[in-house]
Design a protein around this ligand. Structure first.
Ligand code: IYR
Length: 232
């Protein structure tokens, strides 16, 4: 890689961009194949107990870490939990909160009605059964080597993008994922001994789907409902 100066600044060091350029027909083939793959992704709540090697999780996290981020601050921490005792503690703490949501009226009826077709309840057996629970934390601010706070920019946008790439990486390798946000989930910070600048963002059970798993029959919005074309 050769070093190059971006013309509009004297700051920083620049290298030549080495991303792919392809003929359009090849782009179209790849785009369609990727869409077909991603269209098969579904949130799974019934996991097999079959173990998943750590290196697969590592590669998914490495891939998620390629996400763009505000000021390239990469404000994310992934905690991969594979030990049964910690998974059980997460399950019990999540179920305690969800019980209050579902049974003790913390979740308004309007919300309950909206998720009724997903077949969820306060019970979260998948938090123990899935071989991995990956908890993604957002770093609300950074901490310098002198302990001083470093302001982070666009944290939610950045971490949301990383989460999407993480999901795509796992789906691409044939693993099942649930995007789970037990509410509230502050218990994860203490349970996983994370520092005060980190806040739980999303929790992902990851594993193989239980053979014969069923998912709710849902439709995705057609393109014309999600794309507005403004062309000359
Ligand atoms: N967090 C709860 C409730 C829930 C909320 C939404 I929004 C969902 O899409 C699904 C579930 C739970 O995990 O059960």
């Amino acid at each position: 890689m050769s070093s190059d100066r971006y013309p509009y600044t004297d700051e920083g060091v620049f290298v030549v961009y080495e991303g792919p350029r392809r003929p359009e027909d090849e782009m179209r083939d790849r785009a369609t194949a990727f869409y077909d793959l991603m269209a098969q992704r579904r949130s799974i709540r019934t996991f097999s107990a079959q173990p998943v090697p750590l290196d697969l999780i590592e590669t998914a996290v490495r891939t998620a870490g390629t996400a763009p981020s505000g000021a390239h601050q990469q404000p994310w921490t992934f905690v991969a939990v594979g030990d049964s005792a910690t998974k059980r503690r997460i399950r019990l703490a999540a179920e305690k909160e969800e019980r209050t949501n579902y049974l003790d009226g913390r979740m308004p009826d309007e919300w309950k009605n909206e998720i009724a077709r997903l077949g969820t309840s306060w019970q979260k057996p998948y938090l123990e059964r899935a071989p991995w629970i990956v908890v993604l934390f957002e770093q609300r601010y950074g901490v310098g080597s002198d302990g001083a706070r470093i302001k982070h920019y666009y944290v939610k946008e950045s971490v949301g993008i990383a989460a999407g790439i993480f999901i795509a990486a796992l789906h691409n390798m044939g693993l099942a994922i649930l995007t789970h946000t037990p509410s509230p989930m502050a218990f994860l910070t203490s349970l996983l001994k994370r520092p005060p600048n980190e806040r739980p963002f999303i929790l992902f059970p990851v594993g193989y789907p239980e053979p014969g798993s069923v998912v709710p029959e849902l439709q995705r919005k057609p393109l014309d409902e999600i794309l507005v074309r403004c062309q000359g």
